[in-house]
Design a protein around this ligand. Structure first.
Ligand code: C5P
Length: 404
């Protein structure tokens, strides 16, 4: 069980069980999560923010802005940062607000901005918990995709005994870990990804290259790692960093070096995604010294580089999946479909180099996936990370079917 590398947003509301949220923070950190805590104004009456700030090693957020310096606490950024949010304890009041979309404090506003899964651990007196209004609100939260970590029966702060105690912090951490575990369809798989351009040397100071930024390939590496895969990222020269421990990065410069890195690793991989913009030609001879300027015309003789995707397509075993990209400026879909066949790919991701917001350097892309059974899927223009998740979503069932 581990939450290693996960960003968890803990929302604490004003109930006596807030004291248990301190232990929950400690356990989340112990499991490797980065934790940020957002408290409702009422929660501060139960446990001081300093406790959560110390245990989470992050400032605690309670207001929309810092009254001393006016710093804006962006609920949108928090919502994007978090892989999951857990509201624990969740009072009847906060549950009612969440179920009805009321955004009157930083916690409830952040809830509406959350992209990741939201977990809710109710805690209240037994009659409040059993009340039809609360039960209806809990059902609404479930129906809208939230995960309820049911309250437990036992002694309550009121002195009464019944169902309403917040689940123990260990149970909550277990529910989060299970969720992330089951959200890992590529767990145990190894995925090779190529990214970026290649540089083909003309002489010691010049090269033939292209405008590929590497962003699509890096987003694919991240998405595959997030889905649980071990990733081998073979990258041409790019200005991008990788910190994910599940991504092993091999830096190369030329098509030949990329070819060698890929052919050395492919046999141990379950899938390969060829997102690199590999040079098709390279200078036949690399000058040993810087070529001197002269008045005469100059000709550089080019020779073909090895086609990495086609080579892997020939070597592909029955259980392996191979994905290619086609960046085209004309006859796009027809050219892409031809490459799919020629390189023995399982599917090809087509993007149009002439389209604004698609292709090489920008942060977005608009792609069409063409599968080797002829199926074609058109996607909207999206952030490259979202495009990468779409591509991984197509890869997973193919891998699973091949294994059978
Ligand atoms: O033939 P074309 O270069 O358009 O094919 C594009 C696809 O083939 C991409 O997936 C690219 O990464 C891959 N490719 C390759 N090795 C080459 C040329 C292209 O792996 N030498």
């Amino acid at each position: 069980m581990s939450l290693s590398g996960k960003n968890i947003l803990l929302g604490v509301t004003g109930g006596i069980a807030a004291y248990k949220a301190a232990n929950l923070t400690r356990l989340l950190v112990k499991e490797g999560a980065s934790v940020k805590v957002v408290m409702t104004p009422a929660a501060k009456q139960f446990v001081a923010p300093l406790t959560f700030a110390t245990l989470s090693q992050n400032p605690v957020l309670t207001e929309f802005f810092n009254p001393e310096n006016g710093d804006w606490h962006s609920h949108v950024k928090l919502g994007l940062w978090a892989d999951a949010m857990i509201v624990a304890p969740a009072t009847a009041n906060t549950i009612a607000k969440m179920a009805n979309g009321i955004a009157d404090n930083l916690l409830t506003t952040t809830y509406l901005s959350m992209r990741g899964k939201v977990f809710v651990a109710p805690a209240m007196d037994l009659d409040m918990y059993a009340h039809p209004a609360t039960q209806r609100n809990i059902e609404t939260l479930k129906a809208t995709g939230n995960i309820i970590i049911d309250a437990e029966a036992g002694e309550l702060a009121s002195g009464l005994s019944g169902k309403g105690r917040m689940a123990e912090p260990e149970t909550i951490v277990g529910a989060l870990a299970n969720y992330f575990e089951s959200d890992q369809p590529l767990k145990g798989r190894t995925v090779l990804v190529t990214a970026g351009p290649t540089y083909e040397k003309i002489d010691p100071v010049r090269f033939i290259g292209n405008y590929s930024s590497g962003k699509m390939g890096f987003a694919l590496a991240e998405a595959a790692a997030d889905a649980g895969a071990s990733v081998i990222l073979v990258s041409g020269p790019v200005n991008l960093a990788t910190a994910n421990p599940k991504i092993k990065r091999i830096n190369v410069e030329s098509a030949q070096q990329m070819f060698e890195a890929c052919t050395a690793n492919f046999a141990n991989c379950d899938a390969a995604i060829m997102a690199a913009a590999v040079a098709d030609y390279r200078p036949a001879n690399i000058a040993g010294q810087k070529i001197k300027k002269s008045d005469a015309q100059m000709t550089v003789t080019l020779e073909s580089t090895p086609d990495i995707a086609a080579t892997l397509g020939k070597a592909k075993r029955s259980g392996q999946v191979l994905v290619g990209f086609a960046l085209e400026t004309e006859n796009g879909l027809a050219n892409a479909a031809e490459k799919l066949q020629k390189k023995n790919l399982d599917f090809i991701v087509f993007n149009n180099a002439n389209e604004a917001g698609a292709g090489f350097c920008c942060d977005t892309n608009r792609v069409t996936i063409i599968k080797n059974d002829g199926q074609q899927i058109d996607y909207q223009k999206k952030d490259k990370h979202a495009v990468a998740r779409d591509i991984i979503a197509q890869l997973v069932p193919l891998l699973n079917n091949k294994q059978q």
